[in-house]
Design a protein around this ligand. Structure first.
Ligand code: DQA
Length: 142
């Protein structure tokens, strides 16, 4: 069974992007951690990244169409702006788990609202790459 791991804008720059906030691991490093844990959990992960809102929406629809077990979604800044992502999550039955490396609630006020979180099953935030691993473990328990 497959868990989609969808990453939004600027997450392709992990490793060099504001490392004091997001750390030095790249998205490929995180994908490797997830593949290792997925193997132990008897799951597969499909890790993707796009800077384009519509791609994330298409991939959410695809997750339902292909019968994915769950979606881990780090929508980056679209988290805080996108009614379209909110609607997409509401439009599918596939469980969506919101993920963030940082804890948005300890940061700027504009990060305190989450359209993704308003539609997601649950949220894991603030544990760096560990947020993704914890969310995968949550998906395994569903
Ligand atoms: C983020 C938090 C968002 O507020 C920010 O826009 C990001 C990364 C995180 O993983 O901590 O791009 O989603």
């Amino acid at each position: 069974e497959t868990v989609y791991v969808l990453n939004g804008p600027n997450l392709n720059l992990l490793g060099t992007r504001e490392p004091e906030i997001y750390g030095y691991d790249t998205l490929d490093d995180i994908a490797g951690m997830l593949e290792d844990r997925a193997q132990e959990l008897d799951l597969e992960v499909d890790v993707r990244q796009s800077n384009h809102e519509g791609h994330l929406i298409d991939w959410l629809h695809e997750a339902q169409a292909t019968g994915a077990r769950a979606v881990l979604l780090n929508a980056g800044a679209f988290t805080h702006t996108s009614v379209a992502l909110y609607d997409a999550i509401k439009s599918i039955r596939t469980p969506v788990i919101e993920v963030h490396l940082s804890n948005p609630h300890t940061r700027e006020a504009f990060r305190h609202k989450s359209y993704v979180g308003m539609a997601a099953l649950g949220t894991v935030a603030g544990f760096g790459p560990g947020s993704y691993v914890l969310a995968l473990e949550a998906a395994a328990r569903l």
